[in-house]
Design a protein around this ligand. Structure first.
Ligand SMILES: [Zn+2]
Length: 313
């Protein structure tokens, strides 16, 4: 925020700055109400998706190893920019009985200027972070775990229990983790370790198939990270699958699940996982929520043209 204000001040006189700031605040407040919170009912559960903001990723980072002419055509056909991806970040919230659970914790204040809006948007959704009973992680990347602490290194969800896959925790906690990731992702290791430290006394570890909360099943979906987990929320005959980053992009991951994605640590394993998951989601007609799908990020998976399609809803 400070940086943005400084840039504004350099570019405009003080009077204009005040005028602009007022206009920006008003339009953000309006947009926030319409765009930051999604809701649906799943049997006896209420599902809320809350936007944490967006990431800004060069296309060369995300899909540099995909076949470029086909990629450019696919992006253009879907009216998407071809140089940069700006995915939303969506935290899923489950309200049922006496549990108020959040799946992933957002980026917090220190990852990207365009993300870290979860706490503001929770207020928009009428949710007090102090009332959150459980924080369930899909994986330990910055945009999913750094938001457990605020600007003052205090816990955002001060009264919650925290849950993460055992393998995911062990990978990022290992003394060898710095050597196991590319140089440009070493901050991911340091950041994960400091967040684990902040929640050390409240952290429990999951194996695949575990019931993390009543009616919520952990499913192993590795590749994006070594111990990535997805979660199936069961509610009578209804189910919702929180896929995290096992499926990241609502156009490309569906049209070409076989294309390598730069954010995936083990690209071959991530492709296998993505194909298996899409097949099951389409075959069983399961509703899905993707962390980086366009907000509100819920929908169904349809088969078609030898691949898949995400149908929001
Ligand atoms: Zn992510």
């Amino acid at each position: 925020m400070k940086n943005r204000q400084t840039q504004f001040r350099r570019a405009f006189g003080r009077r204009d700055v005040l005028k602009l700031a007022g206009a920006a605040a008003a339009s953000l407040a309006f947009a926030g109400r319409a765009l930051a919170v999604g809701r649906l009912t799943l049997g006896d559960a209420e599902i809320v998706t809350v936007n944490d903001g967006t990431l800004t990723l060069p296309m060369s980072y995300s899909y540099g190893d995909a076949p470029q002419p086909e990629l450019v055509r696919l992006l253009a056909d879907n009216a998407m920019p071809t140089d940069t991806l700006q995915p939303d970040c969506n935290v899923t919230i489950l309200k049922r009985g006496d549990r108020l659970a959040v799946f992933d914790a957002g980026s917090g204040p220190n990852f990207m200027a365009t993300a870290g809006q979860l706490v503001d948007n929770l207020a928009e959704a009428g949710i007090d972070p102090a009332e959150v009973t459980d924080v369930v992680f899909t994986h330990a990347h910055p945009d999913h775990i750094w938001g457990v602490t605020d600007d003052f290194d205090e816990l955002v969800f001060a009264n919650a229990s925290y849950h993460i896959g055992q393998e995911e925790h062990d990978f990022w906690s290992s003394p060898d983790a710095l050597q196991a990731v590319p140089a440009d992702r070493q901050s991911f290791v340091v950041g994960a370790q400091s967040r684990f430290e902040a929640i050390r006394d409240r952290l429990t570890f999951l194996k695949a198939g575990a019931e993390v909360l009543p009616g919520v099943e952990a499913v192993s979906t590795p590749g994006h990270t070594p111990g990535h987990m997805s979660y199936i929320v069961h509610s009578g005959a209804d189910q919702l699958v929180v896929v995290g980053d096992a499926i990241t992009q609502s156009i490309v991951s569906f049209a070409h699940p076989e294309w390598p994605a730069g954010a995936d640590q083990d690209q071959a394993l991530a492709i296998e996982t993505r194909k298996t998951l899409l097949d099951r989601l389409a075959g069983d007609r399961l509703r899905v929520v993707g962390y980086h799908f366009p907000h509100p990020a819920t929908g169904m998976v349809e088969r078609g043209g030898g691949a898949y399609q995400f149908v929001a809803g």
